[in-house]
Ligand binder design. Structure first.
Ligand code: 5GP
Ligand code: ZN
Length: 114
């Protein structure tokens, strides 16, 4: 198991877990791009968005968005605004091959997406 996010799920890399339930966990990005920069991941190893199955995973992304919204409230950025981003594949800027959602906020974010 050489996936860094699977190692975090397994408790093998000391990481403060901000939220967890049966399906997902959330923690702070190690290299934050904004005052709030959280990562929300499924506990199960899914390599990327492109590997989601309509049958098995139909509710997963919706659940991750709900968790992100709860965390945005906890971080105090619900009113000021925030961005959720999921990079997919090499050209989509995905570096860690375990599906994850970024929650960014706490400052005015650039209008650029790509
Ligand atoms: P990606 O470019 O794949 O969408 O984003 C991966 C993110 O994971 C990066 O923002 C990076 O800083 C973060 N990251 C990589 N390794 C670790 C780690 O070991 N711990 C934490 N907390 N974040 C990590
Ligand atoms: Zn993994």
């Amino acid at each position: 198991m050489d996936c860094i996010f699977c190692q975090i799920v397994a408790g093998k890399v000391p990481t403060e877990i901000l939220y967890q339930d049966e399906e997902v966990i959330a923690f702070r990005d190690i290299n934050p791009q904004a005052p709030t920069h959280l990562i929300i991941i499924p506990k199960r190893h899914i390599p990327s968005l492109a590997h989601l199955s309509e049958k098995a995973d139909s509710s997963l992304i919706g659940h991750m968005v709900n968790v992100a919204n709860q965390l945005a409230q906890k971080e105090g950025i619900l009113e000021s605004g925030y961005r959720l981003a999921i990079n997919c594949g090499e050209w989509g800027g995905q570096l860690v091959p375990h599906l994850h959602m970024h929650l960014l906020g706490g400052r005015r974010l650039s209008g650029k997406l790509g």
